[in-house]
Design a protein around this ligand. Sequence first.
Ligand code: Q9C
Ligand code: ZN
Length: 341
Amino acid sequence: MLTFYSEEHRLHHGRCELIDGELKPCFEMPARADQVLARVRQRRLGEVREPADFGLAPLLRSHTDDYLAFLKGAWARWSAAGNSADLLPFTWPARSLRGVRPESLHGQLGYYSFDAGAPITAGTWQAVYGAAQVALSGQQAIADGATSAFALCRPPGHHAGADLMGGYCYLNNAAIAAQAFLDQGCARVAILDVDYHHGNGTQSIFYRRDDVLFTSIHGDPRAEFPFFLGYTDETGEGAGEGHNFNLPLPAGSAWDVWSAALEAACRQIERYAPDVLVVSLGVDTFKDDPISQFRLDSPDYLRMGERIARLGAPTLFVMEGGYAVAEIGVNAVNVLEGFQG
Ligand code: Q9C
Ligand code: ZN
């Protein structure tokens, strides 16, 4: 399997996030991608390629132009005012406030985010742009005839909406790739999101659409981030009705419970008969993940890959979460090896 990877991810390295009332070093760190890349090489999964540059146009298919302009320009506005610390939001247009777009940088930061988990640093735009190009390069490889590809994206993307960052995510790499398949003539794309957290951004981008089936297995949002999306009654709207499937599971779920949900998701995907499959590959379902509550073990990821392979669709794997840094490479590459058989 071809892997696409860019060193540019390193340019995004947030300093801290708020955990239980304390500022702690960001869990979403460059070492995550290093570990995955090292394991890809160690297991001789296949060639590792630099991404091509497809420009901004494919990003604008899933994100608004004002949001992209904000992301691209935020650091320059911040540093021009004499700042060097990470740019973090602190005010949001919640209920009873207005959804206006203020002029101030911090006002816009709140307008374009849903949490304080997506710091903007000097290199964030270059890194997230690079991650989107990595996803698009994997997409291109499959469009050119590969049966699978691995987009080793960092930072992750599935929490990012059309004009919203949060949950360590800025650009929705999986959505951008899925839309590129459609724009190149695919009629139906399925997205299987196996990250521990609900892919609220991906769901919202395609919620009113019938050309993308979104299925997600995740920690129950009644108890888990992102809290405000990911419930079972979210089945799609308008033309999208019946094209969104959420499978929330309780804390403590291990492979027996998780694999039954995977089976249910796979049956929906089989029924949809997509031209291609995009897997939002988070491995924060691992038993020792520091911020998550599922109990998958490393060999379970081989089984996950095997089941996904039985769908029989060309498959683009897009890296999402996973914060047990020492094991992230083994777990992610196990999915890919299980898929290859
Ligand atoms: N106690 C992804 O896995 N958690 N994002 C905040 C505060 C945010 C995870 C926890 C988790 C975001 C791509
Ligand atoms: Zn996650």
